[in-house]
Write a protein that binds this ligand. Structure first.
Ligand SMILES: [Zn+2]
Length: 463
């Protein structure tokens, strides 16, 4: 029987008048739909937590394929491996979607202090950097701690190597010096730029990552050095003293090459055209093995879909796992997904990216309408048992961003305990030994429950 809204409201008020607190009645009323998912969520969580399958899958990717910089044969191998494995899982519509990607080649590189005493630094060129002349760039170092300090010391920057020795606070604050620092220094006539690695101090590990040259400045070579070496240079140059560095880099671009996003699905049983997307990026930097960034994100989102398949669950709408290419140095995978799927973006119900590591899951960030947020918050209560029920103020990712922004698609990110992530981020220590199989299984469980329920909701998320 259909009940008109006024009648329903009257009924609710009537119940309130009998003594139950109104808010409690409304809360019960508004989340009773959730009950149908309780047993199912328990099954998904139970299945994900019953094995270390995800961790072992990640170990194959990282140990047997290795790191996967865009344009390398290793990334091609990873793509083919993922296609084969998704088919083996029984996923549907498994295929690749081509995307052209840049091919940046690091080459040999080194950085050393040559005055006042010889000291070989531990360094990594920044992705996208140009090379030095073959004999290297050798110059006195100018140490700065902010863009303002650089601008104030502009006259001294000419002909120097500028070091941005800015301690890590959080990623978005500190990464500005890596992305924008080289061009800021070049504008003042610097011959090269060094940055203190973007991460907390950690046993002389340099952290690579992309720079972005601006069109109005000369392109100068740039590299990250360790916090220890940055502090040594700082001590050496205090009080107008002279520290001289020689930087040698062979970095360059080869022509763009074809790469691909990998796609697999469980097609929806009622509305197969409506899609919930989950995924991570398959490419990585060329150091470490990209276990945390972002092999783990690929594997846990994929595992979420594999677990649904294993339990023979088919939600109302399609769940699609996408392993994007080229997040690290071009974001072409996410852009090409948007371009290729432009006509069906309005059928994307939600997109979820895992790219912050696969440590102990805390919940999800969410960006979307208030109505959708309330629904997602209710779904997250199903994850309280594994401690992954928090819904944060914003959820986004480099790969889902282009699509989500263009079509205003609700977007989510997997939120995890971030205390270890930036210690190893973009370093040679980003290897699977840092990842706990149990935590990874919980990440997969959280994604499985969230993605399944959003895909299965009787009414589309946000409606
Ligand atoms: Zn990443």
């Amino acid at each position: 029987m259909l009940v008109s809204r006024p009648v329903l409201l009257a009924a609710l008020v009537g119940i309130c008048l009998t003594g139950e607190p109104r808010s409690m009645v409304l809360a019960t009323e508004s989340t009773s739909w959730l009950d149908q998912y309780r047993e199912l969520a328990a099954r998904l969580i139970g299945e994900a937590l019953s094995s270390t399958f995800a961790w072992h899958r990640l170990s194959v990717l990282t140990d047997s394929v290795g790191h996967r910089l865009s344009g390398t044969p290793q990334l091609d191998r990873a793509i083919q491996w993922a296609v084969d494995e998704m088919k083996r899982d029984g996923l549907e519509n498994v295929h690749t979607e081509p995307a052209m990607v840049p091919r940046w080649v690091r080459g040999h590189e080194s950085a050393e202090i040559v005055e006042p005493a010889h000291h070989v630094m531990s360094m990594l060129g920044l992705g996208g950097s140009v090379s030095t002349p073959p004999e290297g760039a050798q110059a006195e170092v100018l140490v700065v701690h902010s863009f303002q300090e650089l601008d104030a010391a502009a006259a001294q920057a000419k002909g120097r190597i500028v070091l941005f020795n800015v301690p890590f606070t959080n990623y978005s604050e500190t990464v500005r010096f890596r992305t924008g620092g080289p061009s800021r220094a070049a504008r003042h006539g610097a011959v090269a730029a060094l940055i203190r690695s973007v991460g907390p101090p950690g046993l002389r590990l340099p952290h690579t990552g992309s720079l972005q040259y601006s069109g109005d400045a000369p392109t100068i070579p740039a590299a990250a050095i360790t916090t220890e070496d940055a502090d040594q240079l700082e001590r050496l140059s205090i009080g107008g003293r002279r520290a001289v560095v020689r930087l040698k880099m062979e970095a360059h671009f080869d022509p763009d090459v074809e790469s691909a996003n990998v796609v697999g699905e469980i097609q929806g049983r009622e509305r197969p055209d409506e899609v919930v997307v989950v995924g991570g990026h398959l490419d990585s930097w060329d150091v470490g093995t990209g276990a945390s960034d972002d092999g783990g994100g690929c594997v846990v989102t994929w595992e979420a879909v594999r677990v649904m398949k294993k339990l023979n669950l088919r939600p109302r709408r399609t769940v699609r796992v996408v392993l994007w290419t080229n997040e690290e140095n071009g974001a072409r995978g996410g852009q090409s997904y948007r371009d290729r799927h432009r006509a069906e973006l309005s059928n994307h119900v939600m997109m979820l990216e895992s790219d912050s590591g696969v440590f102990r899951p805390l919940g999800f960030g969410f960006t979307g309408s208030e109505a959708a947020r309330q629904t997602v918050k209710s779904i997250a209560t199903l994850l309280a048992g594994i401690g992954a029920d928090a819904i944060g103020p914003s959820g986004n990712g480099t790969d889902i961003g282009p699509s989500a922004q263009e079509a205003k698609i609700a977007s989510m990110s997997l939120d995890v305990d971030g205390s270890k992530y930036f210690v190893i981020h973009h370093t040679s220590a980003d290897t699977i030994d840092k990842i706990d199989p149990g935590e990874m299984a919980r990440c997969a469980a959280a994604v499985a429950v969230m993605a399944y329920v959003v895909a299965d909701l009787p009414r589309r998320l946000g409606e």
